[in-house]
Design a protein around this ligand. Structure first.
Ligand SMILES: [Zn+2]
Length: 269
């Protein structure tokens, strides 16, 4: 009886651990433990925060359960072991097939302007200087899309060039839910216009798959991308990171001819 109880107890713990492993909360990730653990236990570290809380990884992991635009099924099977040592290959070699707007990613001007696409304004042409530098992480009022009114209320000073907008999407953990949710919040057209006309922001980061609210998914993108001066980073993982000023490092792949790319983004304080 006692052993049954112990078994049940540990089963409960492992179920809890499995359910907290993904989604994970930065700083509480169980993977951290393995850093000080026995080298032989072969538990790989999976971290959200590095260097004693100095570096935050704000990139989502690619997993089959992550949401993709307008799908109930999530990303699904995207990675496979094309060459396997178990099947006699000299080394393991994986292959993948992935939409370029999957997970944490960046949009280039060609995403909503076909003439820019044809002219070659792909992710390889994005300004790396803009993707790396001082950034402001702000909390947006939770009850609303990002409208002109909301933008006004944030009082983002002139001179600020990069802003990450944390919204209700983070609270709702939408990026950890397989089914695409059209009720996510994002920029309404008037909010995008207000930003373009009244601020110096050239890098806009958001915490779901689109910078634009679902009902304005075309209009807001058009406003942001028209000048080809604004870079949109979408699907950021902003859970558990204190609001404030950081140094941002974001690096897309050099996908020539592509209007988007997966991107790795790190905040450094
Ligand atoms: Zn996109």
């Amino acid at each position: 009886m006692k052993s049954l109880f112990i078994f049940a107890f540990f089963s409960a713990i492992s179920i809890a651990a499995a359910s907290t492993a993904y989604p994970s909360i930065p700083g509480l990730d169980s993977g951290d433990c393995s850093l000080t653990g026995d080298e032989t236990n072969l538990v790989p570290p999976r971290r959200e925060v590095y260097d004693d809380g100095r570096l935050f990884d704000i990139t989502h992991r690619f997993v089959p359960e992550m949401p993709v635009w307008d799908s109930k099924e999530g990303l699904g099977h995207f990675l496979w072991l094309a060459d396997s040592m178990k099947n006699g290959s000299r080394a393991n070699g994986s292959a993948m097939k992935l939409g370029v707007h999957t997970g944490t990613h960046v949009d280039a001007p060609g995403h909503f302007y076909d003439n820019y696409f044809d002219a070659g304004f792909d992710v390889d042409t994005l300004d790396i200087g803009l993707l790396n530098g001082l950034v402001l992480l702000v909390d947006v009022p939770r009850d609303n899309n990002i409208t002109a009114e909301v933008m006004k209320s944030l009082y983002i000073p002139k001179g600020v060039r990069r802003v990450l907008f944390r919204t209700l999407n983070t609270d709702r953990k939408l990026m950890f839910k397989k089914e695409f949710d059209t009720s996510y919040v994002g920029f309404m057209e008037d909010g995008a216009k207000w930003l373009v006309e009244n601020t110096d922001i050239k890098l806009v980061g958001v915490d779901y798959l689109s910078v634009a609210a679902y009902v304005h998914s075309v209009q807001s993108h058009l406003v942001f991308l028209e000048s080809r001066e604004i870079i949109l980073v979408e699907g950021l993982k902003l859970d558990g990171v204190p609001a404030g000023i950081y140094s941002l490092n974001c690096l897309p792949l050099r996908l020539v001819g592509s209007e988007a790319s997966p991107i790795r983004c790190i905040l450094n304080r």
